[in-house]
Design a protein around this ligand. Sequence first.
Ligand code: AMP
Length: 294
Amino acid sequence: MLNLAGTKQTHKLKIVQTIAELERSLKALPTGGSKIALVPTMGALHNGHLSLIETAQQYADVVVCSIFVNPTQFTDPKDLEKYPRPLAHDIKMLTDAGCNFVFMPSVKEMYPTYPTPENWHIDLGSAEFVLEGESRKGHYQGVTQIVKKLFDAVKPDIAFFGQKDFQQVLMIKNMVKALELQVQIVTCPIIREEDGLAMSSRNIHLSETDRKHALVLSKALAYVSNNYHKEELNVLLDNAKIMINGTEGIVLDYFTLADGETLLPIKDKSAKHPVALVAAKVGETRLIDNVIIN
Ligand code: AMP
């Protein structure tokens, strides 16, 4: 039994595991016609997720957080298997946050034919195949597939995503456009630890030494962001890569200064929405981070 004493919730968190029950519960809300927000997550909740819930509470009357470790977006079965699933901790966090519903479906509920794949393909534009999409083939088809299923189940007016997964929000916005879905997408800023490390459910896998080494990622991004208007693009990129490659235990996948819409490398500083993005393996753990350049 969880001890929920002393929590600040005004509504009791309702745990829902099936689409039918979710639809029934949402229809039965006393405030019929109220604004519904969805915050999709894979659980192992941290303050980054909480910031999404808190922002959602400002925009909507009812907040649904989904927790589902979506198998179709994993390209490495080992990664899927070892993904953290601290359920009691997550329920406590959502209760304390005053979240209204947590939707925690089974794999069979979301994918009745699993492991036989369903027919899903959507044109997400060429940005699907770069950066994360290059090293994780089919990843964004899996992401958009589950987000569409969650949209269908929750029917939210508004949904919240983190800038931490920059390319993911872009892909979701592209899906919403392509399918002409009536849902507003809000991007929330990256929440970091005090020393700059971007919060991530995967940080739990970092050893103490990895954790120290990982700091170079946010440091390199901060360097590029702080010096963007002073240095040439190639100098910025070279120095950032030198910082990362010079750190023990890190294997850099990419560090790029890209256009925020195409995700292609920018050629000069006339780019309207530059963003610096990085992915690297720190020990056994792959981390991503980014910073929007102003
Ligand atoms: P995940 O559980 O990792 O799939 O993340 C669920 C949502 O939380 C996604 O929209 C992420 O972008 C967002 N998120 C994850 N980490 C952070 C963070 N450090 N700051 C803000 N949002 C985050």
